[in-house]
Write a protein that binds this ligand. Structure first.
Ligand SMILES: Nc1ncnc2c1ncn2[C@@H]1O[C@H](COP(=O)(O)OP(=O)(O)OP(=O)(O)O)[C@@H](O)[C@H]1O
Ligand SMILES: [Mg+2]
Length: 143
């Protein structure tokens, strides 16, 4: 369960989030909708532990979010900046697996499996600049 309790955030004089409180039970799908610049990405970054909050204002399964929680993933809007251009597609996928304490060979094997699952195994050795925008997001190329 995700819980936000009076989450506020300002950038300088600009108050982007102002006392947001909500509870999302397990299994519920939540969409955050609003005009450009209203703070959706800021809210998601806060939930994901990428922007610091006061202890216990954001909790996942009762645990305060003070960093990126385990089992939580963010697909960034600016995906082009989420991929490291000097790494192959496979090594980009393998990178976060370091957090699981896997060795290099095991990470690469796992990355190959993940790429296979989403239909992108054919581009594992390529670099991000060699992929279409959709492929960079994890969508397999069409027929
Ligand atoms: N790191 C930052 N430093 C200063 N201002 C920021 C920062 N991040 C976001 N902002 C400002 O906060 C406001 C909300 O930005 P945010 O990216 O959360 O909007 P959004 O709702 O995701 O918009 P969009 O629909 O265009 O993606 C904007 O005015 C933006 O300029
Ligand atoms: Mg956004």
């Amino acid at each position: 369960m995700l819980r936000l309790d009076s989450v506020s955030r300002h950038f300088g004089e600009q108050h982007v989030l102002d006392g947001i409180s909500l509870t999302v039970p397990d299994g519920q799908l939540l969409s955050v909708v609003g005009p450009s610049g209203c703070g959706k990405s800021t809210l998601l970054r806060t939930i994901a532990g990428l922007l610091p909050v006061r202890e216990a204002t954001v909790t996942v399964d009762g645990a305060p979010v003070t960093g990126v929680p385990e089992r939580l993933a963010v697909v960034f809007q600016e995906y082009g900046r989420s991929l490291l251009p000097w790494l192959t597609v496979r090594d980009n996928v393998a990178l976060p697996l370091r957090r699981r304490g896997l060795g290099r060979a095991a990470r690469r094997a796992e990355a190959e499996t993940i790429l296979e699952r989403v239909g992108l195994h054919g581009v594992a050795r390529r670099h991000p600049r060699e992929l279409s925008g959709g492929m960079q997001l994890g969508v397999p190329p069409g027929p």
